[in-house]
Design a protein around this ligand. Structure first.
Ligand code: NAD
Length: 300
């Protein structure tokens, strides 16, 4: 069996697959054109988020039996089309939960005390004690949109900070330590709104101008979920108007997102889609990728 590694994957994972008798070819920088030429020879492929697996590529992959996505979101793969061609699509959903939850909680602190802005001020040689009056987290309400793995992991951490966790998730009846509420109740009660949903027709721009009109003044918004779930123009306007007191973004409607107008606002902090980018998560993703590939071919 031949497996093509199309995006950077932990070396230990490659070694484990080779040790199991799989021929592994590591091409973490493979281009779309190269893939069109190479893929017909392969039985399996491993991707992260960089490689796009769309219909034209699937059409040429006549020997392909399995695609493993290291990570959660499957938006870079035409899953239904691949399945219609008899190709199994697997992912490693739990591997990055703690890393993303920790980044989210880091942003909750950063927004409450404006840590990045204070650091920038200190680096500029200033001493602006009066400019940086913060707020406490204890007693505040964290409103989650999405109570899956990461939403729950965030709620668990928030409860240790004395925050109350509420969540809107139409597919979850109950979750420990979280009060399940309607979306409008999240909007009317939350001091912090954190998104942990995939980008689907239902969640696209779930935070838009209409939603922002319903939220409490001074709310802070965090998106370490998926781009496209927050209307970025509406968020920009709401921050300019002072309705939203701050936002922290790890994901964007368009990625890479360089020089977005949101970053012209002092109240916006963020990162380049690094929620899962920790040594620990990458190691777990690699181990799970290897497990899935080895298991798939063993069971065939
Ligand atoms: P999950 O599948 O466990 O949870 C997603 C939750 O969203 C589910 O409980 C689902 O019921 C809920 N949901 C679906 N549609 C909804 C809707 N219309 N309204 C409210 N809730 C809805 O996934 P997870 O592991 O918790 O991941 C959450 C998100 O984080 C995913 O979009 C994933 O792609 C993203 N993610 C981001 C990073 C990063 O680097 N920033 C890393 C990993 C995962």
């Amino acid at each position: 069996m031949k497996v093509l590694i199309c995006d950077a994957t932990a070396p230990a994972a490659l070694e484990a697959m080779s040790a199991a008798g799989i021929e592994v070819v590591n091409k973490p920088d493979v281009t779309p054109d190269e893939l069109m030429e190479m893929l017909p020879d392969y039985h399996g492929m491993v991707v992260r988020s960089r490689t796009k697996v769309r219909a034209p590529l699937i059409d040429v992959a006549t020997n392909l039996k399995v695609i493993v996505r290291g990570g959660v979101g499957l938006d870079n793969i035409d899953v239904e089309y691949a399945q219609s061609k008899g190709i199994t699509v697997l992912n490693t959903p739990a591997a990055s939960t703690d890393s993303v939850a920790e980044l989210t909680v880091g942003y909750v602190f950063a927004l409450a005390r404006r840590i990045p802005q204070m650091t920038a001020s200190m680096k500029a040689g200033k001493w602006e004690k009066k400019a940086f009056k913060g707020s406490e987290l204890a007693g505040k309400t964290l409103g989650l949109v999405g109570a899956g793995r990461i939403g729950r992991a965030v709620a668990h951490r928030a409860s240790a900070l004395g925050m109350t966790a509420i969540a809107y998730d139409p597919y979850v009846q109950a979750a420990e330590g979280i009060e399940m509420v309607t979306l409008d109740e999240v909007f009317s009660q939350a001091d912090y709104i954190s998104l942990h949903v995939p980008n689907t027709p239902e969640t696209r721009n779930i935070i838009d101008a209409k939603a922002i009109a319903k939220i409490k003044d001074g709310v802070r918004i965090i998106n370490c979920g998926r781009g496209g779930t927050v209307d970025e123009d509406a968020l920009y306007d709401a921050i300019l108007a002072g309705k939203v007191a701050g936002a922290a973004l790890d994901v964007y409607a368009e990625e890479p997102n360089k020089g977005h107008k949101l970053y012209s606002l002092d109240r916006v902090i963020g990162s380049p889609h690094v929620g899962a980018a920790t040594g620990e998560a990458q190691g777990r993703v690699g181990a799970e990728v290897a497990e899935k590939i080895i298991g798939f071919f063993r069971d065939k």
